[in-house]
Structure formats: structure tokens, C-alpha cells
Design a protein around this ligand. Structure first.
Ligand code: PSU
Ligand code: MN
Length: 362
């Protein structure tokens, strides 16, 4: 074993095993059950920007072999845009930060046999030596321990319809409230109650912002949900989304309203947000919502229709099975249209997330 010097840029963020046991075997890159891919390992020592990627989207969000193809394509987009991808999963009880192609293949083939792991599952999966794919919440925990500040995914979990009764609120939202990682995503699917999801994120103190030319929180398959990041205003009887924001801003009664649905237009601004979050020691997460490019968006009506059917079928399903079920059914009902959009938004997010991470280290 050799003693490895970590880059001073990552060092302050290496909160657990790395810092405590900074002794590695160079051949396995493993320490106390944490396994690093060679490129991630090198990045951690050499100031290279890192982007975390989740693995539940591979095992539970898509079918084989598209899940594998997409995972590989996304990693490559991260590399092409200047950062190193760190896909996170638990393989036979070992926390993997960065997967080998074998690791990716294993998870992709296992599909739903891999255990979908949010924060609550981590200790169990590790102590039992199981294989688990990490959700947004599970991935954030591990990314933060590894010193990674930017995490790219497709969509996060949220508040489910009927949550006032079922109390089904994704652990992702609470994680965002307590772990200082920036999650780049395409918003929240309308399989969830988007308005309540935004309310809950506010309660948790999560900094939510849109990216690009919109102040409207995106709805995953489609670029606009109709909900502003902070509030949905009504002006002269019209929801603000139906009139142009500029008209609203110029209007004389604007001081009665909160005019600041947060919006960032460049990756540099996103990096500044992440830095400020660290400087302020908020210890909470950030959500950077990137709308799907207009020309790749799915037909909103088709999605909505598929969703109603899927939701009606899902009455008997609850807990962690409901999200994978809805994703699968919507894809089946739209005959692959939703999957196509899903893949393109993931690629778009990977590009932007990688550029943000690169900016952070420059
Ligand atoms: N939304 C998607 N695709 C996904 C998921 C959500 O569009 O694959 C996955 C993510 O891993 C997310 C998890 O963290 O589902 C949320 O699950 P739940 O609703 O059970 O918290
Ligand atoms: Mn749930």
C-alpha cells in the first residue's frame, strides 16, 4: 500500500473514509469497502472535476440493453465536456465510486433485482454484502462523502399525488435538505405533484433554480410545468406563465409580488451558486433544473394520457415500487416516446453538469 496525497481542493470535503484511512492499495483502489475507479481515483488526487451519476436510473428506470447504452453514453458526455464521471452503486456490499464496464453491465442486467437504495437502505445493503443501485438520495450521501459536489440525473423523486394521505414523499427531497450536493436534473415528472414538491423543497431549505431562458420549473418530459420555482403568481386574473415575464416585471404593481423565481443563465453562475452554498456553510443541497430541449420534448398530451392510465393501474402499488412501475408503464403506453425523451434529457444534463463541475475547479 502507498500513501496517497489528495488534492487540496478535494481534501476539505473528504468527510469520512478517505480522510480517515488515507492509505490505499494502488492495485485495487479500495479502502474499507469503498472502491474507486482508476479515473475517479486519479481525479481525486489531481484536481480534476468530478460528476456523480446515480444507478437506480440504470437498474429501475430503463430496460436492458438501453439502460447500459445510455449509462455508457452519459459517462462519455461527461468526459467530453471536461469532467470525470463517477457512477455510484453498491456491489456485493462495497460502495463503488465510479464503475468499471463490468460493474455497469452487472447492474444493467440485474435490473430490478438490484436493491433500490436510498439513504435508509445503505447500511443494510453494505452490512449484508448485497448489490444495490443508489437513488438520488443514496447517491448524494455517497457523493458528498467522496468530495463530489455536482451530481447529474434525469429526474428526482418528489411528493406523490395523494401524499396528504399516503405520506409518500421521496427521501430525495429530505436528502436535498441536508446534503450539500448540487443536483442537475430536468425537473420533476408529472407522475408527481409538482406544486407540492416545490413547496416541500422550500420547507427543506433547498436552493432551487432553473437553468437557461426560463423561470418555469421543468416537468421532465416537457420543458415547462406551469409552476414557478418560487411561486406561481396571478396578475390581472392570468397566471404569470400566460403573460411574458418581462411584461410582468415592467408593470407598475410589481412591487406587491415576489419577482424572483431563481434563474441562472450560465454554468459559471451555477458554479458560483455552489461555491456560495459552501461558503455560507448551509450544508443543504441545490437543485439546478434544466429544461429538456424543446425539439426533444415529448408530446405533453400523450404523456399526460399515459400518466392517467398508469396512475389508475398503480392503485395497488405503494412504497418504493411505485416510481419504477409508473416509469415503465408510461414508456410502454407511449411506445418508447417517453424513453427517447428520457435519454435525450439525461444527455443534455450530463453536458451541462460536466461544464458546471469544470467551472468549479477553475
Ligand atoms: N425519476 C425518474 N427516473 C428515475 C427515478 C426517478 O424519472 O429513475 C429514480 C431516482 O433514482 C430517484 C428515485 O431517486 O427514482 C425516487 O424513488 P422514490 O419515488 O421511491 O423516492
Ligand atoms: Mn416513496
Amino acid at each position: 500500500t502507498n500513501r496517497i496525497a489528495f488534492s487540496p481542493l478535494y481534501k476539505p470535503y473528504l468527510t469520512s473514509s478517505l480522510k480517515r484511512y488515507g492509505v490505499f492499495s494502488r492495485s485495487t483502489l479500495e479502502v474499507k469497502g469503498w472502491v474507486y475507479s482508476p479515473e475517479v481515483f486519479e481525479a481525486l488526487q489531481g484536481n480534476k472535476p468530478l460528476v456523480a451519476l446515480e444507478s437506480t436510473v440504470i437498474s429501475h428506470g430503463m430496460q436492458y440493453p438501453q439502460n447500459l447504452e445510455t449509462a455508457v453514453a452519459i459517462e462519455n458526455i461527461v468526459r467530453e465536456n471536461g469532467s470525470i464521471p463517477a457512477t455510484i452503486a453498491i456491489l456485493n456490499g462495497k460502495i463503488n465510486v465510479g464503475l468499471s464496464s463490468n460493474g455497469l453491465e452487472t447492474l444493467a442486467q440485474m435490473g430490478q433485482k438490484a436493491r433500490k437504495s436510498s439513504r435508509r437502505d445503505l447500511a443494510y445493503v453494505v452490512s449484508q454484502g448485497l448489490t444495490g443501485s443508489t437513488t438520488v438520495s443514496g447517491t448524494m450521501v455517497i457523493a458528498h462523502r467522496a468530495g463530489i459536489r455536482v451530481f447529474v440525473t434525469g429526474g428526482i423523486g418528489g411528493v406523490h399525488w395523494g401524499a396528504e394521505k399516503s405520506m409518500d414523499v421521496s427521501a430525495d427531497l429530505v436528502e436535498l435538505g441536508r446534503t450539500p450536493v448540487a443536483v442537475v436534473c430536468a425537473g420533476v415528472k408529472s407522475i408527481l405533484d409538482i406544486e407540492k414538491t416545490l413547496e416541500y423543497l422550500e420547507t427543506q431549505g433547498v436552493s432551487v433554480t432553473t437553468f437557461g431562458e426560463t423561470r418555469d420549473f421543468p416537468a421532465f418530459f416537457t420543458p415547462r410545468s406551469g409552476f414557478m420555482v418560487s411561486k406561481c403568481f396571478v396578475f390581472k386574473g392570468l397566471p404569470i406563465i400566460e403573460i411574458s415575464y418581462e411584461v410582468f416585471v415592467r408593470s407598475e404593481c410589481n412591487e406587491n409580488f415576489d419577482l424572483s423565481p431563481s434563474n441562472l443563465k450560465t454554468v459559471k453562475e451555477c458554479a458560483a451558486l455552489i461555491d456560495a452554498n459552501i461558503q455560507l456553510q448551509l450544508n443543504s443541497g441545490m437543485l439546478i433544473a434544466v429544461p429538456i430541449p424543446e425539439n426533444e420534448a415529448a408530446d405533453a398530451n400523450k404523456i399526460q394520457e399515459a400518466l392517467s392510465i398508469a396512475l389508475a393501474e398503480a392503485k395497488e402499488i405503494s412504497g418504493k415500487d411505485i416510481t419504477p412501475f409508473l416509469l415503465k408503464r408510461i414508456n410502454e403506453i407511449t411506445q418508447g416516446d417517453s424513453l427517447k425523451s428520457n435519454i435525450s434529457l439525461l444527455k443534455n444534463n450530463a453536458k451541462i453538469g460536466s461544464q458546471i463541475a469544470k467551472c468549479l475547479l477553475n
